[in-house]
Design a protein around this ligand. Sequence first.
Ligand SMILES: NC(=O)c1ccc[n+]([C@@H]2O[C@H](COP(=O)([O-])OP(=O)(O)OC[C@H]3O[C@@H](n4cnc5c(N)ncnc54)[C@H](O)[C@@H]3O)[C@@H](O)[C@H]2O)c1
Length: 255
Amino acid sequence: MFELDGKVALVTGGGGLIGEAVAEGLADQGATVVLTDLPDSDGSRVAQRLGDDAWFRQADVTDETAVADLFERVLDEEERLDVLANCAYPRNENYGRQYEAVDYDDWCENLLAHLGSYYLTSKAAGAVMRDQPEGGSIVNLGSIYGRQAPDFSLYEGLEMTSPVEYAAIKGGVLNLTRYLASYLGPDGVRANVVSPGGVFDGHDETFVERYEQRTVLGRMATPEDVAGAVCYLASDAASYVTGHDLVVDGGWTIQ
Ligand SMILES: NC(=O)c1ccc[n+]([C@@H]2O[C@H](COP(=O)([O-])OP(=O)(O)OC[C@H]3O[C@@H](n4cnc5c(N)ncnc54)[C@H](O)[C@@H]3O)[C@@H](O)[C@H]2O)c1
């Protein structure tokens, strides 16, 4: 049920922390994986590492024309698309500022880039999948912070924060995906969210300590923790699962 032999998967942000693990997981399950990312990303390197059944196509997923070109290329090469995993994390250079320092222009730009790109790629994927007898599976990366408010005590005295845009983006991704599930479901297209907690990526030690204490399983997530959930939702093991938010947070949100 978990096998993806003969299936074609597109992973946006395939050169990123989570995208790489997702691409690898899907390839391990037997899918042909198309990784897409920006030209200066690790996408091409990851595709090479994954071998013959993976290839890279650069695209800015915030650009409607680039997304259309990307899908045209995927269909030219593979003639189908079974899985879309949206793992890109578009943001501008001012993203990540403290709440008071966020300009309205940056708010708009970051919301449009991240939420907008998930809309663009989901729309393009849905159009392909609904015309296939087997349908397809769209998996969008959400976050625990799309479900609940940040715990700001984690960031006290540190430079880092949870950006205000993120709350709106990830809340938006969650409900956009429910919309897609409802609209595309009758045509056999499933749409789900995976909502990870914090994935360790060389964070500040104090932050990690606080995070681990706040989490039932006592650790931050790994990219593979997240990839497992995406691979499940991509496969026939999840054939009756749509509009779901699969939380992968080591128990953060239950307490
Ligand atoms: N890392 C975490 O702790 C965490 C936790 C919860 C949710 N998430 C979500 O998971 C997803 C992936 O996060 P990540 O940590 O792997 O991010 P990342 O920054 O490591 O990787 C994101 C990738 O997206 C690519 N990208 C950025 N803008 C792009 C664009 N315009 N077009 C194409 N590609 C673009 C980047 O080049 C990069 O390779 C995001 O949606 C993020 O919000 C991450």
